[in-house]
Design a protein around this ligand. Sequence first.
Ligand code: GDP
Length: 426
Amino acid sequence: MPVIAVVGGHWGDEGKGKLVDFLAERAKLVVRANGGRNAGHTVVVGGSEFHFHLVPSGMLYPGTTCVIGPGVVMDPIKLTEELDELAARGIDTQNLLISDRAHLVLPYHIELDHLNEQARGKARHGTTGNGIAPAYTDKWARIGLRAVDLLDPDGFSQKYQDAVGQKNRLFRAFYGVSTVAVQPDLEHLLAAGERLRPHIGDSNAAVQEALSREELILIEGGQATLLDVDHGTYPYISSSSTSAGLCLGAGVPPNKVSQVFCVFKAFCSRVGSGPFPTELNDSLADHIRERGKEYGVTTGRPRRIGWFDAVAGRYAVEVNGADRIFLTKPDVLDDQPVVKICTAYELDGRRITHFPSAVEELERCTPVYEEWPGFGPIAGMRRFADLSTPAQNYVRRLEELLGAPISMVGTGQAREDTIERELVAA
Ligand code: GDP
């Protein structure tokens, strides 16, 4: 049985949640590997829409254990709220396992996130304001608190008070703002800790057990390759490994990952700031945004929209070593007479096909497009052979440009609106 890592190919919101949900029925474990509640995955089943933030997208299957992995930063209070929302929808979350090694997002991280964004002014990163970057900063600075700390309320209280004291010195000296109080946040955190206690454990042991039994493990990535802390459009990135390196955040050794599944939308979108070469700033962008419901699940922010960028896409396939691709949302473009693919950039009078490292260069890149005839109806189709010839040709052309097979194609939001061109995990 393979370990499949699901990663986003562009800037996120490609439909990773849909793929994880689709495959999770066959999996023993679904392990969320990175990021925090800034991620938002939407899954549509039986006409109902479910949103996942910290809880992995495999939660709709009672037989599948869903893990919040060691690489995730977890806001305990927000997680209990998410569990309440799922319970209210009749979803059983008993099978949730939270790695005791996962770091915590604490109230002062959220405060710091806002202060940092304010201080940056026009150069702000456009974060979701959930405290993710400050929590990762503390993790790497080795001053973070982890889920395991919640299991010892007295110890946690002491560590939290010390940490608040330290942050308050920073708030006063550097930001010149009033300080945060220990209470009532500590009380809320301890209550959340008690709620989560039955779920907190050694997820690495669960991973090892599934590996030894050769059971299917899915690794669910948050965000996407171009937001990767090492490989993304720095500094307009997320704070974790969002490409195939995220297996480490899942507690899965790299040599056990047998497939990297990269998810791309048939067009591009981006939230937050940062360069976006194929961005459209006209009524077509508005049209695609409305048709594709391109609004942030976590923030409600309208997503920036652009044509498919195969230069960035090829880069993502290479960085991830992607074995397979899931192409989502071609149905959103099926009313377009012409569909464009960016195959190269013009940079300072030169034509390039590599993805620049410097955002200053990427900002100066203009797209070189190939035009393809419109697809005709796609919504709800279940077999590749049912797609029109132009739609099939578009898929094949993307495979050529990206350098990996498109094994699955989405044809709508619902779980069953999916074409599986080959059986990806039996
Ligand atoms: P994720 O963060 O990568 O999981 O992506 P999101 O869930 O934020 O956004 C993807 C959106 O596209 C969700 O609303 C999905 O239900 C939807 N979606 C996924 N695949 C398809 C598809 O093939 N067609 C359409 N129309 N919607 C899709």
